[in-house]
Structures are given as C-alpha cells and as structure tokens.
Ligand binder design. Structure first.
Ligand SMILES: NC(=O)c1ccc[n+]([C@@H]2O[C@H](COP(=O)([O-])OP(=O)(O)OC[C@H]3O[C@@H](n4cnc5c(N)ncnc54)[C@H](O)[C@@H]3O)[C@@H](O)[C@H]2O)c1
Length: 416
C-alpha cells in the first residue's frame, strides 16, 4: 500500500492459465451465448498446427460457427487491418459475427482487436486511431497468445504500423481489453529461438519499465474518466516485481532450450504478470524510443525495445535508484555500493540481451548517426509515453539515451 496511490486497475474479464487450457474454450464460448465467431490467425497456425481445425470442429459441436481469417502478419499495418476487414465481411456474407478470437502472437491479437471495431461497421482503421467514442461498441474479444509475450491479451491497445506515420500508432480503449485471455503454455512450445527472445525481452521490458514509471498520483489522465493507463501503483508493482523475477530465472533458459517446459511456463506467467502491471501503469521511454526505431528500421518490436533498455535504465539511476536496487537484488547483485550495483545491473541486462541474440547498440541495428536528431524528435512525438518518463528534462534525457545507445556507452554517469 502507498498512501498517495490513485489506483485504476484494469484486467481482462477472465484470465485462464494452464497447459491444455485451450480445450476449455468451446464450452465457455457456448456458455457466454456466442454463436458466430471470427478467428484471426496466421498461416503458421492454420497450416502447421492442429489448433485452428481442432477449435473450429469442437466449437461446431456446441453450435458455434467460426469464420477463419489466417492472413495475419508480423507488425500489422493499418492497410492490413482494412483489407482484413473487407475480406472477413465478404466471407460473412452480410451476417453479423458476435465475437472475435485471436490465436497468435501480439501481431494477430492486435489485428483482431481492430477487427472487433471495424467488422460491425466497415469503417477504416484510421478513424479509430484518433480515439473511440462511447457509441463505438467493439465485438466481444477472446485472446489466445502463442508467444510469451507482448501481453496484448490484457491491454487496451492495438499497436499498428501506419504507412503515413514515422512511428507506430495505437488504437486504444478499455473496451478493447479481452473478455477472455486464455494462456495455454503449450502454444508457446513451437516458438523458434528468435521469437522466444523477442517476445521474452518484450515481457521483461514491460515489467521493468512499468515498475519504474510515473506514479499514479502524478499521472496525467487528460481528463479521462476511464483511462487505459494511469501510472504505477502498489498493485501494479506487485505484478511487475514477480514478472522481473520470473524473467531473470526463465528467459535465457527458454531461449536455450525450447523444450524446457518449466521455463516456457515461467515465461507465460512472466508475460501476463508484466501485462497486469503495464496494462494499467503504462510504459515510457523504452517503448517510446522503440516505436521510432521500429519506424526507421522495421526491426521487430522486441529487438527495438531491447536495444534501448540498458541505456534507459542508466538514465533513471537518480530518480528511480531505490527501485533499480530492488531489481539488482532480484538479479542477486551485491548492493552495498549503490552506484556500482546499478552499473552492474545495466551491464548484466545488456549481457542477457546479447546472450539471446539481440543487438545491443543502434550502430549494430544499422542506424546512421546522422539520423539520431530525427529519432529523438520522433520518440518525443509519442507524447503519451514521453510524458510518463520520470525525469526532470525528457528531451535532454532522450538525447543522452540515444547517443549512449549509438556506440554502446554504458555506465559513464555511474562512474564506469
Ligand atoms: N497491444 C499491445 O499491448 C502490444 C504490446 C506489445 C507488443 N505489441 C505488438 O505485438 C507485436 C509483436 O508480437 P510478438 O512478439 O508476439 O510476435 P508476432 O505476433 O509478430 O509473431 C512473430 C512471428 O512468430 C510466429 N509465431 C508466433 N507464435 C508462434 C509459435 N507459438 N510457434 C511458432 N511461431 C510462432 C508468428 O507466426 C510470426 O511469424 C508487435 O507488432 C508489437 O507492436 C502489442
């Protein structure tokens, strides 16, 4: 408990976790009264796994008809959302669906979230990037993540590439949080190492970034009575701490050995716990800068985040020193000398990122030094994230972070 907290905590309507839990979905959908659904996925799942056909058949036995759309792709664009809307509306032949299910990583989940809004009306996706009104009633949504993970199964947003925008854009509202988040760790067993690394470091970033973010008492809710994100509280920090600890224990193990069931399960818990933290607390500089990097390089979401994480943590050594020491303790670092402990933590995290095959400098990502001022500007343009970064001068901090990340200068401000 913290006396100043202003808790506004949001979660999926139902959270189901367990190996084989997917078998529970058809009877649950029937119990919820749905009869005609759309399942959004990609061809990996429809062609290489039995999960899509198994669900469709089992649901049919309960009187539920399902249209499958398997045109999902990594990092969905607003254009993909619009073409998927047209294709699914065509397949539905004028009949209205009463629910949408996503099977896949964050990309398929985000595409499905948008379809919850666009299928009933056929309106373009860009309409909803500006905001959602109370008369926009999205279809009920069920998310089954297959990576561990983005946590999109617990968040209010869909993150999209907009061909006309330098950074990623968001369609965001609490009404887009899934009614059911079903996490079956068995879905993640087939993730190849690069997907395990990208998704796992994303979960770790969510946990640590939301643990250090702006307090709920200081968060600008912009007058919203139903904010999607509203700053960290003692409640979100419980989930963040546990997620950090699970990532410290299991991320490298899951990457090294995809058949390590304990590590796979541990990362599924890490991912959803991180989402229960950041899904209400929100994020800040790592993701804000990563959106600009992804816009410039088209590198994956996890990689764009990972490359920035150690340098952002160093920048927080003054304003979030106590919390960084908490994290250092989780990593079993000796914290007698505080500066040294934080420096070691930043280096330890960068080594972890390197050990799971992700570049650790902007130079290694192929970014030109001359483009740094533009990147700083684009990152500051993601204002909802920039204003949640708990430092006195965000512009100067972003410039330092990006310059340090360019060549990989780490720990200078901590006496390295
Ligand atoms: N809405 C949110 O709150 C939120 C949060 C974080 C990230 N995101 C978004 O999520 C996306 C990244 O999602 P991701 O990291 O889960 O990856 P992804 O969904 O982009 O999938 C990457 C690739 O891995 C494959 N894959 C997924 N699960 C697999 C499995 N079990 N076995 C084999 N292959 C599998 C997919 O088919 C795809 O080809 C980004 O677009 C990012 O912006 C959204």
């Amino acid at each position: 408990m913290r006396v100043d907290d202003l808790v506004y905590f949001c979660a999926p309507g139902r959270l189901i976790i367990g190996a084989g839990a997917r078998a529970q979905l058809p009877p649950l959908v029937a119990r919820l009264g749905y009869r005609r659904g759309v399942l959004v996925t990609d061809t990996f799942f429809s062609e290489k796994t039995p999960w899509v056909a198994e669900y469709v058949e089992a649901a049919r036995a309960f009187g539920i008809e399902t249209v499958v759309f398997d045109g999902g792709a990594p990092d969905p664009t607003t254009t993909l959302c619009d073409s998927a809307t047209a294709a699914v509306r065509g397949s539905l032949n004028g009949s209205a669906p009463d629910h949408v299910i996503a099977l896949g990583g964050g990309s398929n989940i985000d595409l499905a979230k948008v379809l919850c809004l666009t299928l009933p009306t056929g309106r373009p996706t860009r309409d909803f990037v500006k905001g959602i009104s109370s008369s926009d009633r999205p279809l009920p949504f069920i998310a089954m993540p297959t990576t561990a993970g983005t946590g999109s199964e617990a968040t209010p947003g869909a993150i999209l590439v907009d061909p006309e925008n330098a950074t990623k854009v968001a369609v965001m509202d609490n009404s887009l949080r899934p009614q059911v988040a079903l996490i079956d760790p068995e879905f993640t067993y087939t993730c190849p190492p690069n997907v395990t690394a990208d998704a796992g470091i994303d979960a770790f970033t969510h946990a640590i970034e939301s643990y250090l973010t702006l307090d709920s008492s200081k968060f600008d809710r912009a007058g919203s009575v139903d904010p999607g994100y509203s700053g960290r509280s003692s409640l979100t920090m419980i989930f963040a701490r546990e997620a950090i600890s699970l990532c410290a224990r299991y991320l490298k193990r899951a990457y090294d050995d995809g058949a390590d069931i304990e590590a796979r399960t541990g990362m599924c818990y890490a991912s959803i716990y991180a989402a229960l933290s950041y899904g209400s607390a929100g994020l800040n500089a790592v993701h804000g800068i990563a959106y600009a990097i992804a816009g410039a390089t088209h590198r994956s979401h996890g990689t764009s985040n990972a490359v920035m994480l150690p340098y952002v943590l160093e920048e927080l050594s003054e304003t979030r020193g106590d919390e960084l020491l908490d994290v250092a303790r989780i990593f079993c670092i000796n914290v007698v000398d505080h500066q040294q402990a934080i420096r070691e933590l930043c280096h330890r995290i960068r080594s972890l990122i390197e050990a799971i095959g992700i570049p650790t400098t902007l130079e290694d990502l192929g970014i030109e030094k001359a483009s740094l001022p533009l990147l700083i500007n684009d990152a500051l343009g993601v204002t909802r994230l920039a204003k949640a970064f708990p430092v006195p001068d965000t512009k100067a901090a972003y410039a330092r972070i990006l310059n340090n990340a360019y060549h990989g200068d780490l720990g200078k401000s901590l006496g390295a």
